[in-house]
Design a protein around this ligand. Sequence first.
Ligand code: 2P0
Length: 332
Amino acid sequence: MTTDAATAVAHPNIALIKYWGKRDEEWMIPAVDSLSLTLDVFPTTTTVRLAPAGQPDRVLLDGRPAEGEIEKRVLVFLDMLRARTGRREAAVVDTRNTVPTGAGLASSASGFAALAAAGAAAFGLDAGPAALSRLARRGSVSAARSIFGGWAICHAGSGSGAEADLGSFAEPIAAPDFDPALVIVVLNAGPKAVSSRAGMRRTTETSPLYRAWADAGRADLAEMRTALARADLDQVGEIAERNALGMHATMLAARPAVRYLSAATLTVLDAVLALRAAGTSAYATMDAGPNVKILCSRTDAALVADEMRAAAPGCRVLTAHRGPGVRLEAVR
Ligand code: 2P0
């Protein structure tokens, strides 16, 4: 029996310029570029242990056998690793999430970043950061960004199939002077009713607003890079907020509508607007779920968190900062 095994830890990231929609589902190629901040909260720890060829793969999520879509996606990823390396061993994947799975809190980003790093190490695939990012993208596009700490941009690339695969990966962006806080308001930690994958497919196929948002996103990205380099919180926040609201507008215009925002989300958004009206720089972004992430300065984070607790009593509010990229650890 072989003893090849590796453990990796990765953190989720929150996109300020969003990825929504694929150009190629088989190769997991995003239709748009995206830009994100990897966080210092909610790590995922994944161990991949090889087992003799012929045994079934096993996938454990928080100690229990994974089921349905999650198990299927991990098994497809293992098949890809075997195809790449020419190895035939089975694998046991043991994943521990500290973030609720599938709640729009980027569990697939940290999950597939950790799986890519641990899987590559266990199967003996020698992958540098860009190659590891490409590999993680095959599991979940947002995972490509969690390979890196801090700010990262994920390129959509061009072309299709294997050519597109080469051009679509994330890389870090230097923004040494910009180190804000992200206040996370957890309104609902349950799994979403519509998966990101299904929601974005329906949006790209049926929403008359999708193309307009994707086009506007190119300008958003260029302006965002300038704002980041200048460490201009208000500019970064404004661009992030409009890009996120635009993404949700494309979903609302899908047929039938895809709606992740809840009444509580809008209540929190009102509280963010009230804070801004009162002079605090705070800007909201939402992903494929009702939860709200609020960008603000480190100095204002406690005030923003208190205001959000008052606006949405009983919800969990925590503050995140810039976090590290994926790393291998001693096997657990
Ligand atoms: C993002 N989201 O850029 C966007 C914004 C949600 C809204 O990436 O199908 O889990 O695995 O590539 O990455 C969530 O979608 O979807 C996501 P797949 P993923 O962070």
